[in-house]
Design a protein around this ligand. Structure first.
Ligand SMILES: Nc1ncnc2c1ncn2[C@@H]1O[C@H](COP(=O)(O)OP(=O)(O)OP(=O)(O)O)[C@@H](O)[C@H]1O
Length: 491
């Protein structure tokens, strides 16, 4: 008599229970090595009968230093293809901030088909405990796992994966929202305090067209940038990492920050605004810089202040000007106030990164330093090869004014332009000041009021310059008289 259904279930239940009992005995009494070998051989044995192949694509490669490009490509591919079939999705704001973009949530599974092959994608993560500087914390590593039948091995490993990466890249370019990253203190992997990148969408409207700059200079810089962005093969051929350093220098308000925004808009790059004073030491600096992505501009503004070069000069025994002394005192009290101790990022730490580590983190990066005092910088920092192109930005020229008049007032010519041209020859004014005067202050402001306001500002600047020159002249004459010991002249 064949066994009844109830008997079959009972037999199966007792077999499973016996197996679990035996396994519990083995786990308890067998040495670890024996158990490991048992598991290994069981897995090998099972794989003879298991007809599926699995491929994992992890978010980070190496010691969690670098984001895996392939992971980002798969993520983009799946977000475009999975939203129709996945049941659990996560939503993020899209490029134009009007539409939510859906992608598959963690532990979700979706199916795909390619040339008759059926395959499955699962998004998952492993959480493992790690320790750093005596702190224990949990580290999450996300990954996608692709499963398919072994008979499709060739199609999948050759054609399908290429198709996923290609399509994923295209989607990423299309959806790319440019980002402005800044570094600020935060908690990495839940408990370890460090400085981390956070970002917002980069939407600065500046372009080279709207910049007040001599046309030839503008053209030269644009050409340099575009040539750089198309020179992947060239850099590979000459054996140099694909990066270029720019030093922007000039008085405040001459457009250094504006130019960085114009560069990012021209090349469609992200911007990493690196605040060096918030970086604890060279190790942290290296970590931050390695986390930057390709097609990006890494900016260190006011490099003369950020690197504490003033402090270094004082240590070297150089005499500092009153201004520098004040700046140094302010910096020290600011750091004490923030209880951060002093930042230990050194000039050599920065140089080492610029020179050495670039090659380790891929290419297509610009590094831009800005300063108001180029003469204060250490020559080692700005030598060619590190800062390949030095761009001096200066006071507004008449050509520059014409660009601003077109931008702000939509004026190409006006009878008042001649007066402005004359005054600009005689005195200095920054593009920021010109722009401020051309800005309508009320709805009743017309172009003439704006131009008159600029003329007034130019006249005041001229008077101020004459007064300062006069005072300097008297001071110099007095000093000379003192050294010559002529009390009459001094009086
Ligand atoms: N060359 C320029 N062309 C167009 N606008 C300019 C230019 N320079 C300055 N401006 C205007 O002045 C403002 C301030 O300029 P910006 O911040 O770029 O100057 P900066 O040289 O970076 O100054 P700082 O050294 O103080 O940081 C800008 O928002 C912009 O409107």
């Amino acid at each position: 008599m064949p066994p009844t259904m109830t008997e079959m279930w009972a037999t199966m239940g007792s077999t499973i229970a016996s197996f679990m009992f035996i396994w519990a005995i083995i786990s308890q009494y067998c040495p670890y090595e024996v158990r490991r070998s048992f598991e290994k051989y069981t897995q090998r044995f099972m794989s003879f009968f298991y007809p599926y192949i699995k491929i994992s694509i992890h978010e980070f490669t190496g010691e969690r230093l670098k984001r895996n490009e392939a992971y980002a490509d798969v993520e983009a591919y799946l977000s475009a293809n999975s939203s129709k079939s996945a049941k659990r999705l996560k939503a993020e704001m899209g490029k134009d901030c009007t539409k939510l973009v859906l992608s598959m949530d963690e532990y979700e599974r979706v199916t795909d088909e390619f040339r008759g092959a059926k395959l499955w994608w699962v998004s998952s993560k492993v959480v493992s405990p790690t320790s750093s500087m005596g702190h224990y914390h949990e580290q999450e590593r996300r990954y996608y796992r692709l499963t398919f039948h072994k008979k499709y091995r060739e199609i999948i490993t050759e054609a399908y994966l290429r198709h996923v990466v290609k399509e994923g890249k295209e989607i990423r370019v299309k959806n790319k929202q440019r980002k402005l990253y800044t570094n600020s203190p935060g908690y990495r992997w839940s408990s370890f305090k460090t400085t981390m990148w956070s970002h917002i969408v980069f939407e600065h409207p500046a372009t080279f067209e709207t910049m007040a700059l001599e046309p030839e200079k503008k053209h030269e810089i644009m050409e340099d940038l575009v040539t750089f962005s198309k020179s992947k093969d060239f850099y590979a051929r000459i054996g140099k990492s694909w990066k270029r350093g720019y030093l922007l220098y000039g008085p405040p308000g001459t457009g250094k920050s504006t130019m960085i925004a114009a560069m990012a808009n021209l090349l469609n790059y992200d911007v990493y605004d690196l605040e060096l004073t918030a970086v604890k030491d060279n190790t942290e600096l290296r970590k931050l810089l390695i986390e930057t992505t390709t097609k990006s501009i890494i900016v260190i503004e006011d490099i003369d202040c950020s690197l504490d070069l003033t402090g270094q000069r004082k240590k070297k025994g150089e005499k500092l000007s009153d201004d520098d002394e004040k700046k140094l005192d302010k910096e020290i009290s600011w750091r004490e106030h923030k209880e951060e101790g002093s930042s230990k990022v050194t000039l050599s730490g920065l140089l080492n990164f610029i020179d050495g580590l670039w090659s380790a983190c891929g290419g297509e990066r610009l590094i831009v330093f800005t300063t108001n005092y180029v003469e204060k910088l250490d020559p080692a920092l700005i030598r060619r090869g590190r800062m390949d192109k030095h761009i001096g930005l200066s006071y507004c020229s008449f050509e520059g004014f014409k660009v601003l008049a077109k931008n702000y007032l939509n004026l190409e010519t006006h009878p008042m332009f001649d007066t402005i041209r004359g005054l600009m020859r005689e005195t200095n004014i920054t593009p920021a000041d010109v722009a401020e005067n051309l800005m309508p202050k009320s709805p009743s402001y017309d172009e003439e009021k704006c131009l008159s306001s600029l003329i007034q500002a130019l006249e005041e600047a001229k008077e101020e310059a004459a007064k300062t020159a006069g005072e300097e002249f008297t001071e110099k004459a007095e000093k000379e008289a003192m050294t010559a010991g002529d009390p009459v002249k001094v009086l």
